[in-house]
Design a binder for this molecule. Structure first.
Ligand SMILES: Cc1cc2nc3c(=O)[nH]c(=O)nc-3n(C[C@H](O)[C@H](O)[C@H](O)COP(=O)(O)OP(=O)(O)OC[C@H]3O[C@@H](n4cnc5c(N)ncnc54)[C@H](O)[C@@H]3O)c2cc1C
Length: 384
């Protein structure tokens, strides 16, 4: 498959960056310690890739979603500790401010995001709220010129390293479920914000947090898009940035699947059993041939959906299909490759066990596979 020349060059530059700043041993250590590698991230920012979702007039490189996905894919191959904060900058922050920020928010935030100095954490999920996001219980009221926020967010990845928590908030009666929601940009350092860590399997390197808000006071400039966007949060959330959210997780899935296939492919030719490389055994040949084939199908599907979103063409069903197919595909491919490597696929001296741990979470997070199937059927107007 041919890729445009600029994306090929970008991949080469990402591979050089990874070789210099994220060797395998370092990436294993970040994973083990659940550690955000600040210095390696600063070096990543110097390559200019944070600006790939930001127009040039705001200090970015121009909105280039295929390039953004290529960066995520290359980073995910090596480390979630780099792929996650990149997503927090380019996608959570960049995409949302570009699409829904007020002019003053754009002027203030986009140059910082493009320099890698400002990340957003997504504060959507709550203790009682998973897939049904519009039922959030975190609530805010306007008192004169100040906003008072109360409630709790769960699974808020990177809340401690973000400049703002992108907080989906109930701002009116809950009976009007989709209407009375606003997106507030909450500094994690604001008085009344408490952050506590959560632990989980896989996707490590940026800690996931419980966040509580106790009478947090904010100014009207904390409303994404400005004061006019009070109670317009659902429309802002369900826009192009949410389409990109499905693509970015798909790009992580593709990176993990590709890395797993590459490692297993090499291992199978080096490991000798019964007097020949295990790659000479038909079962291993078939497993690797299937994994390669699936990975190519994943790549084509991601490219197709990304191109639709880049060109602002209808993409609501296709992005859900990509999220469904790629995330399920990564879980399948990584486990298939793990078996090719036998016991070494389970060893924490190798990277395969990390690929599997990261991949099995992907069909669960960011809208589960079940939710994607619901969305596909609904968007394609399948009669109920
Ligand atoms: C490591 C990690 C990082 C995360 N990071 C973030 C983050 O940064 N920000 C954030 O806001 N959230 C984050 N999340 C939360 C994640 O996005 C949610 O877990 C996910 O959206 C699903 O919510 P839930 O797990 O509560 O599942 P639930 O919605 O409670 O669903 C549980 C099960 O029921 C099924 N189900 C529910 N409703 C339906 C339905 N209508 N039809 C069919 N099946 C249904 C689901 O598919 C699933 O199998 C993170 C989670 C993890 C584990």
């Amino acid at each position: 498959m041919t890729e445009s020349e600029h994306i090929g060059m970008l991949r080469d530059s990402m591979r050089r960056y990874i070789a210099a700043h994220a060797p395998r041993e370092a990436a294993r250590d970040w994973d083990k310690r659940n550690h955000f590698p600040k210095d390696a991230f600063k070096e990543l920012a110097k390559t200019g890739v944070m600006g790939l979702t930001i127009p040039e007039e705001y200090g970015g490189a121009g909105v280039d979603l295929p390039a953004t996905m290529a960066v995520i894919e290359e980073l995910a191959k090596r480390s979630s500790a780099l792929a996650c904060p990149y997503i927090m900058a380019a996608c959570y922050a960049g995409m949302n401010v570009v699409e829904a920020g007020s002019e003053s928010q754009k002027r203030d935030m986009l140059p910082k995001i493009a320099r890698g100095e400002l990340l957003f954490a997504y504060g959507l999920s709550e203790p009682n709220v998973g897939g049904d996001l519009a039922s959030v219980e975190t609530h805010a009221r306007m008192e004169g010129n100040r906003i008072v926020l109360n409630g709790a967010k769960r699974w808020c990845t990177g809340a401690d390293i973000a400049g703002y928590i992108f907080c989906l908030t109930r701002t009116g009666p809950k009976e009007d479920k989709y209407k009375n929601l606003s997106i507030l940009l909450v500094p994690p350092t604001a008085k009344g914000v408490t952050i506590t860590p959560l632990d989980h399997l896989g996707i490590r390197g940026v800690e996931t947090k419980d966040v509580s808000f106790d009478d947090v006071e904010l100014g009207p400039d904390a409303i994404l898009g400005g004061p006019d966007k009070w109670n317009q949060g659902w429309r802002q959330l369900a826009g192009r940035a949410l389409e990109v959210e499905k693509l970015e997780l798909s790009a992580v899935a593709l990176g993990l699947a590709e890395a797993a296939v590459a490692d297993a492919w090499q291992y199978a030719q080096e490991r000798i059993q019964f007097g020949k490389p295990i790659s000479a055994h038909q079962s291993i040949r078939h497993a690797l041939a299937e994994a390669k084939t699936k990975t190519l199908a994943m790549r084509l599907m991601l490219d197709h959906a990304t191109r639709l979103v880049q060109d602002r063409k209808p993409s609501a069903a296709e992005t859900c299909m990509a999220k469904l197919y790629l995330c399920e595909g990564a879980a399948e491919v990584t486990q298939k490759c793990q078996r090719v490597m036998g016991a070494y696929g389970l060893s924490n001296l190798m990277d395969m066990e990390r690929y599997v741990r990261d991949a099995i979470g992907l069909p669960i997070v960011g809208g589960s596979s079940n939710m994607q199937k619901n969305n596909i059927a609904n968007r394609l107007k399948l009669a109920e």
